[in-house]
Ligand binder design. Sequence first.
Ligand code: UDP
Length: 405
Amino acid sequence: MRIAMISEHASPLAVLGGVDAGGQNQHVAELSAALAEDGHEVRVYTRRADPDTADEVPLQPGVVVEHVPAGPAAPVPKDGLLPYMGIFGEWLLGRWKHGPWAPDVVHAHFWMSGLAALTARSRYPVPVVVTYHALGTVKRRHQGAADTSPRQRIGYERVIGRQADAVVAQCNDELDEMIALGVPRERINLIPSGVDSAHFTPHGPAAPRGPLARILCVGRLVERKGYADLIRALPAIPKAECVIVGGPPAAELSSEPVARKLTDLAGSVGVAERVRLVGGVSREELPRWYRSADVLACPAWYEPFGLTPLEAMACGVPVVAYAVGGFTDTVVDGVTGHLVPARDHRALASTLRKLLHEPSRLMAYGTAAVDRARSCYSWRRTAEQLGRLYGAVTGREALLSEAVA
Ligand code: UDP
């Protein structure tokens, strides 16, 4: 099947860890690769943010990334991209109508890609599947006035959910949020993301460490990832360090506002010498960091899915997370780690302190974590489930079963 992936702001070619480059980029890259391995032909459409990149870039056999001219050929924060989505959709329409390649199905990632997809579909008949990756209602609830999303976001997300042929929820919490938003239940399909357990493995080199227990955090350097909560918890977790991987390269951290806030906070609560900001690390380097940790902490205020716990689990590292979003599906409390009440840094501290004092429990959780990541979360499985969904929305599955009957 020919699949068009639309990922307006999140290019699968991007370097991860920056403010707008994280899970969605990784998701689109891994999913496209797994679908191509299943024999599908995938084209990923992402906004051109650099005048020097080629129009088309092969990612791997069966996957091509196309750069769409919509808005300036320069980085634009994702919350400033809405005005260009009409042009993005028109460009897709022209390309599919008159170009050498046209999709059987369109899979839009993030609500703005959904808008571009529905714009194209209005004059080009093709089924549209949407994965939101994050919902405006949840962001508004947690970020309030600090939410920089366009004010139309929530309304558009509702319309997209009602007009798409199918919607993908990545976890049970997101499914409930979609129903509350007004997306018809029968159109929602629960299909979690995966992890590459051949890349994220328990065995292999680890980043160097000292005598302190290591609590690791990995993710974009944005406030809602909750690193500040962990730093506030650290005075109550003696003999442990907090290592944060993510954000710009190490040399640029001193001018990064969130990094500066975290450093200031560490100083003011008296743990400056036990907090280390590493900066962004490449996917190739990441397993070394996971393996160097005793535990991964995920103190995000909310999390639509969260790939980092799965990556840590695949490396044999237990996870202590706030009981929010995707964490409540991926982390099994008391088996692969712990879930603690959200925004409660005292509960975070006592859970981490107790766990770090029990090496046998850490080891048992680590072993269970690897099993869970390998048996329940693979991109192969995600691709198979999506392949079936694409078959259903294009009517191919029905044709196939009629032929068999
Ligand atoms: N990541 C990375 N380098 C970094 C920090 C993060 O490659 O320095 C990757 C991380 O491995 C994960 C993704 O960025 O695959 C973050 O995804 P997640 O779903 O945890 O968070 P999101 O970015 O979607 O909020």
